[in-house]
Design a protein around this ligand. Structure first.
Ligand code: SF4
Ligand code: SF4
Ligand code: SF4
Length: 317
């Protein structure tokens, strides 16, 4: 039998966790579960609330732990069957029914229900007398984490009414809005769900014009190289003791410096290292005795991927 893989992001509804347990029990599947090491609450101060165009949480709370789960349990990688459908979003519409995710090495994903409508899903569940998450009966169309920016306003209102812990997220939004000088309407209208507000919602912003602009800061390469953690991560590129830094790719040095300063310990890069050379010690570090400078860990990283947006938020404070 296949295993049931589940990542507990730490921001799941209790009913979701129950549903996963029930399904595993009913079908006698091994539940291979991992909790996000780098949880939402730990990182929201750094990243700010996640948004539809700024889903840092997916990387830190889902894809990183998935990468670690696969690396720890499945030497040959996995083929994952995922209940994802094309009608759920524009992005999913274009995805196809099989895909690789550059954030999760070792995983090929397939959705056997890619072309199903919601009606197909419900008819199938009824026909199999299957369990479902009871939040669907409250009118939810999709159930993700309860702080999810993909939620619609009606779903968020429902959560406010029925899920007491939602207050914690409201406090985060209120604190962030206060810090930015945003009005209450930014929360009421759910505008926190976008970093760059879509054009068709711009009229809602007439009373809240203080939104998104880009800022950039340059730091000198020399300063970066003085930084002990950055020097350690340079092992991914070269033997640090034996290399002239002029020979290295400056953009890559900048990316490593961002990791050295801001790593949120999501685990995405750890899953890529075949030498077990990466470890956490107040952020990511490389064991130079194990590292062979192959550069496989240099790919996707949420703090590099979202750096300019985080920087904008920080400089704007
Ligand atoms: S489901 Fe939503 S809140 Fe959860 S990780 Fe994905 S984008 Fe973030
Ligand atoms: S993947 Fe591992 S061995 Fe390769 S450069 Fe990174 S830390 Fe070193
Ligand atoms: S360096 Fe980046 S990818 Fe690696 S654990 Fe830290 S945040 Fe995640």
């Amino acid at each position: 039998d296949p295993d049931l893989m589940f990542i507990d992001t730490g921001i799941e509804l209790p009913e979701t966790l129950d549903n996963v347990r029930r399904v595993a029990q009913k079908h006698e599947l091994t539940l291979n579960k991992r909790e996000a090491r780098s949880g939402y609450w730990k990182n929201v101060d750094y990243f700010g609330p996640s948004a539809r165009d700024y889903r840092w949480c997916c990387k830190t709370c889902k894809l990183g732990p998935t990468s670690l789960l696969i690396e720890e349990n499945y030497d040959d990688g996995v083929l994952s069957f995922i209940g994802q459908r094309r009608y759920e979003s524009h992005q999913r519409m274009n995805q196809g029914s099989t895909w690789d995710n550059p954030w999760v090495p070792g995983q090929v994903s397939a959705s056997p229900i890619q072309d199903w409508t919601a009606l197909h899903v419900w008819l199938y569940l009824f026909s199999k007398d299957a369990d479902w998450n009871e939040w669907y009966e409250k009118g939810f169309e999709r159930i993700g984490c309860w702080v999810c920016p993909a939620s619609d306003l009606a779903e968020l209102d429902k959560l406010k009414e029925e899920f007491q812990e939602y207050e914690r997220f409201e406090e985060v939004l209120e604190g962030y809005a206060k810090m930015k000088g945003l009005s209450e309407r930014w929360i009421e209208l759910g505008l926190w769900r976008w970093l760059d507000i879509p054009e068709n919602m711009e009229e809602l912003l007439e009373e809240d014009p203080e939104v998104v602009e880009y800022l950039q800061v340059e730091k000198s390469i020399e300063d970066m190289l003085e930084h002990e953690r950055t020097r350690n991560l340079l092992n991914a590129l070269c033997d640090v003791e034996d290399t002239l830094f002029e020979e290295l790719d400056r953009d890559e040095i900048v990316r490593l410096h961002k990791k050295a300063l801001n790593c949120v310990e999501c685990g995405v890069c750890v899953g890529r290292c075949e030498r077990d050379a990466l470890f956490f010690e107040d952020g990511i570090k490389i064991d130079p005795d194990k590292c062979v400078h192959c550069g496989k860990c240099l790919g996707k990283c949420p703090v590099v991927h979202f750096n300019s947006r985080v920087l904008f938020r920080q400089l704007d404070e």
